[in-house]
Design a protein around this ligand. Sequence first.
Ligand code: PXL
Length: 276
Amino acid sequence: MPQKKIALINDITGFGRCSIAVMAPVVSAMKIQAVAVPTAILSTHTQFPEYYFDDYTPKMRDYIQTYKNLDMSFDAIATGFLGSEEQVDIVIDFIRTFKKPGVFTLVDPVMGDDGLLYKTYTPALSEKMKGLVRYADILTPNLTELCALTGTEYRDGNFNNTELENLCQQLSAQGPEHIVVTGIHCEDRQIMNFVYSKGEKPKTVMVDRIGGDRSGTGDVISAVIAGMYLNGHDFYDSVKRSAEFASKCVAYCEEQHVPTHWGLSVEMFLRDLMED
Ligand code: PXL
């Protein structure tokens, strides 16, 4: 079987193991070719006190045009951190062009965490992100992003499963077949991933919460889900595997006292992803 290709529309950040810098090695370990479509170039991610941010918006159309001219194809498209409103339009155009039958799109609506939107997410950009939902087959919001996308007030961990199901249903009605709400803080230091697939009873994947939140965790989770799903696994198994992989990386980071904003030490465990 020919190797599969995934287009990663996301930022390239030098230090901090987020976005393409961490997603490309993860999918590569799963034998999938990663094709980078940069949205911005940063020296470090935006959780550092200082970072260099080079918005790639003005270059993206020409960059993508070559793929159109060369009649390239992808098996999946994964989108993440977007730095400007215009980028949302560029991403939609990319999906319209390259999402042929059988190609799936994973949209990680990277917008914020812990009830707060990231500094680069203006209210207008957040509003625009809502328009991307209808192009997603798989959507991977955290609770903050689920609330932002549905216009719901954020309450830390305070949503019951019926409320979560209703919010997922609202988003799923716009397009996505599968949604996972990631990293929900629960009692007894547990983290819940709420797994919703259209027309099915929701399921959960629970993992122990070890230490504080670590930046880039969502990107690692999205990459493992995309890779597993592309390799033919069902959505629930893909989420389960992603949560287990991220947990293992987090446990190692805690043990080694890796600062929380340095991202996950995926390098130590990439081999685990090569087994399938
Ligand atoms: O991991 C999400 C993410 C991606 N890209 C950039 C970020 C963040 C989160 O802070 O700053 C540039």
